[in-house]
Write a protein that binds this ligand. Structure first.
Ligand SMILES: NC(=O)c1ccc[n+]([C@@H]2O[C@H](COP(=O)([O-])OP(=O)(O)OC[C@H]3O[C@@H](n4cnc5c(N)ncnc54)[C@H](O)[C@@H]3O)[C@@H](O)[C@H]2O)c1
Length: 264
């Protein structure tokens, strides 16, 4: 197999999608396989994983069902990758999602669930994969954050914002600590993408179900006249996962059409 990830084994979490189209994890799994990686595609939703496999045009994507907020299932996920492919060279911690609400509104359960799915799941992934990567002599971890972890992005979702800010610093600290073992840890920071999540969840949360109104409000914030989607996140993750990024660790690639650079 040739390609930018030829010979590598990758685990991608959240590799399904909440609807038809290019979610971040789905696009990443398909692109990584096309670029030569053998991919363990992980999701709690087996049907969503099956839909991802339908889109694979080249290479190997093996589905694995797991809930990555459960530490035992994250342990089993990494063990499954090693059993199937012999090692793990790349881990993309992609699972996450937002719930609306500010500090005076969120109940305990929602706050904790936001930290679990957006931050703790990425921590579990790092904890399980680092020993494997150390034994292998190196690896690359790519965590998926959000521009909500950097800026106010148009609505209160404080649990999500705090968790995604945590993902960025989880990556930086882990990068510095394990650099001597040639484990690189970086973050992709997507902005407001048109992924299936917009239709499946966000329009209901933010715009009374009006998808067009939500998309228009999001486009108005973005300098580039382009609708980003999961494939844009996947391209950034591909670079960070590949040996092209051999001197890149502890940093972020913001994929947002220029939104966070703007201040009007
Ligand atoms: N879509 C965007 O505009 C956008 C913007 C910024 C950041 N992000 C981030 O990108 C990542 C992916 O977002 P998306 O919108 O592409 O994903 P998505 O909402 O389509 O979900 C992808 C998959 O994650 C799975 N999943 C959810 N919880 C899980 C769990 N506990 N264990 C295993 N699988 C689980 C779902 O079943 C789904 O198939 C998230 O971390 C999200 O916060 C998305």
């Amino acid at each position: 197999m040739t390609g930018r990830l030829a010979g590598k084994v990758a685990v991608v979490t959240g590799a399904g999608s909440v609807g038809p189209g290019w979610g971040n994890g789905r696009a990443t799994a398909v692109l990584f396989a096309r670029e030569g990686a053998r991919v363990l595609a992980v999701d709690r939703d087996a049907a969503a994983l099956a839909a991802t496999r339908e889109l694979v045009d080249r290479g190997e994507v093996r589905p694995h069902t797991a809930d990555v907020t459960d530490p035992a299932q994250v342990t089993a996920m990494i063990e499954a990758a090693v059993a199937a492919f012999g090692t793990v060279d790349v881990l993309v911690n992609n699972v996450g999602g937002s719930r609306a609400g500010g500090a005076a509104e969120l109940d305990d359960a929602t706050w904790r669930a936001q930290l679990d799915v957006n931050l703790t799941a990425a921590f579990y992934g790092c904890r399980e994969v680092i020993p494997v990567m150390r034994s292998a002599g190196g690896g690359a971890i790519v965590n998926i954050a959000s521009t909500s972890g950097l800026r106010w992005t148009g609505s209160a979702q404080v649990g999500y914002a705090a968790a995604k800010a945590g993902v960025i610093q989880l990556s930086r600290v882990t990068a510095v600590q394990y650099a001597e073992h040639r484990i690189r840890v970086n973050t992709v920071v997507p902005g407001q993408l048109h992924t299936p999540m917009v239709e499946a969840r966000l329009a209901g949360q933010r715009a009374g179900g009006d998808v067009s109104a939500l998309l228009a409000a999001r486009r108005a914030r973005i300098p580039l006249p382009v609708d980003g989607d999961g494939r844009d996140t996947a391209c950034a993750a591909l670079f960070l996962a590949s040996d092209e990024a051999r001197f890149v660790t502890g940093t972020e690639i913001v994929v947002d059409g220029g939104m966070t650079a703007r201040c009007d």
